[in-house]
Design a protein around this ligand. Sequence first.
Ligand code: G3P
Length: 215
Amino acid sequence: MKIFIDSADIGEIKEAAAMGAIDGVTTNPSLLAKTGRGLKDTIVEICEVVDGPISAEVIATDTQGILTEGRELAALHKNVVVKVPLIIDGLKAVRQLTTEGIKTNVTLCFSPSQALLAAKAGATMISPFVGRLDDISMPGMELIEQIIDIYQNYDLSTEVLVASVRHPIHFVESARMGADIATVPLKVIQQLAQHPLTDIGLAKFLEDAKKIPKG
Ligand code: G3P
């Protein structure tokens, strides 16, 4: 499973990239707003740090507006993937962007029927939001299982990108189900590496190391 970092913060992206685990980056307007920096400058800088798919989201909600913004974002760098909301105008835009060879990540997916339509439109990636489903007492990971089943039934090539990942269990379950990608905030990426027995074991080794005679 590929691991993307879900962040628009250059410091966080560099920190995760230094661990060697990062295959790409996803951003969204909320993540960008937190940085206080502009969309295009940030995306160009991220492309210099990570050599992989970098999702940049459109703000327009009508097909023509999405196409205009999508083409501008795609022109920024060869690795940019245009993130488009899963609405009817978005699907129309995805269909057109696909014919132009522009990669798309269809976002805000909350149902298997939406995911099937995105794949039919030619989406490169689909982003089902598992944490936000959990938030309303609907099991987010069940959606991932359903989408993977449906895509496998019809041999659809759209990649399943698990989004709104809130904790390591989302991540591990995604990998067990065979999701193509999980996009993960830095805090959760760090949690993936941590284990209390590792810390206890290391402390004991360091304590015992003091007792080893020199030489
Ligand atoms: O990038 C979209 C998604 O990962 C958002 O996550 O935690 O705001 O639901 P969250």
